[in-house]
Design a protein. Structure first.
Ligand code: PAF
Length: 288
């Protein structure tokens, strides 16, 4: 497994692979890898086959964090990340520095951003107004450096995956975006690097996001027709509110294609939630 630090070096390797007809699978991450990430790596490997190349990027991207967010606290474990990537048969870990990705950013020399303007309006985009511009910018840069044929994203960051898909279509990136299912702990909590921030008590309460998703599914299944979104939201809010450490940022029902909020919830409507458990902001989502 090679570890590559410089974008130009990564591009050279990717171009060599391309010239020899070797398909490239790519999993962008911010490190602190867990089973959820590894399931994306396996999905990438399945897509490109044993003769293909799998690249994992490990880069905590500063432009997707607001000044008030947890950039400096973001968990990191470089040695363990490398061990896991080796174990999964990753070909290259691309781990650039800030200076390499945003040359002279602190000196104000970096000035080109990619912004999606429709799907980013609600949910995470509304709660974290500068977030998606940072995501689309870094993902576009990573695509230009790694030159993947297929890039794998997790469904837990559902809006992110939709936004990246739209960016790929709008900007004609020659690659396929694959969205792999959310990986969950045995009790249903969606795997996330941020789960490490939870105390034991908070960890027990965090499962309420999964319970809310299940309750929404059960209610829609039980009625067999559509339910009023505001009434269902109120019931999920009450459920989440039973956990003393929980504070809701949003609970939204929306159309999975347009991301436009809906008034009525039926099978196939997407539910997305952002809930603080103590100081840790967790997100989860799924089709009802
Ligand atoms: O989902 C993430 O970990 C990040 O948003 C990504 C896609 C690696 C971009 O920094």
């Amino acid at each position: 497994m090679r570890i590559v630090r410089l974008p130009a070096a990564m591009q050279r390797i990717a171009l060599q692979w391309k010239r020899s007809g070797c398909p490239i699978g790519f999993v962008p991450t911010m490190g602190f890898l867990h089973e959820g990430h590894l399931s994306l790596v396996r999905a990438a490997r399945r897509r490109v086959g044993p003769a293909g190349a799998v690249v994992v990027s490990i880069y905590v991207n500063p432009t997707q964090f607001a000044p008030t967010e947890d950039l400096s606290r973001y968990p990191r474990d470089w040695k363990e990340d490398l061990r896991l990537c080796r174990r999964e048969g990753v070909d290259v870990v691309f781990a650039p520095t800030d200076a390499a990705m945003y040359a002279g950013r602190d000196a104000g020399d970096y000035s080109t951003y990619v912004a999606e303007e429709q799907l980013t309006r609600g949910l995470e985009g509304a709660a974290r107004p500068t977030h998606f511009r940072g995501v689309t910018t870094i993902v576009a840069k990573l695509f230009n450096v790694v030159l993947p044929d297929v890039a794998v994203f997790g469904a837990k960051d559902w809006q992110q995956a939709a936004v990246v898909r739209r960016m790929v279509a709008d900007l004609n990136f020659p690659l396929k975006v694959v969205v792999a299912p959310t990986h969950r702990e045995p009790d249903g909590l969606a795997m996330s690097s941020r789960n490490v921030y939870l105390s034991a008590e908070e960890r027990a309460q965090a499962v309420v996001l999964w319970r809310a998703l299940q309750q929404a599914r059960a209610e829609v299944k039980a009625t067999g027709k559509s339910l009023r979104a505001d009434a269902l939201r109120a019931r999920l809010t009450a459920l989440i509110g039973t956990q003393p450490a929980a504070r809701i940022d949003y609970v939204e029902f929306f159309d999975p294609d347009t991301m436009v909020p809906v008034d009525r919830v039926s099978r196939g409507t997407q539910l997305a939630m952002a809930v603080f458990i103590g100081k840790t902001r967790l997100i989860d989502n799924g089709k009802v």
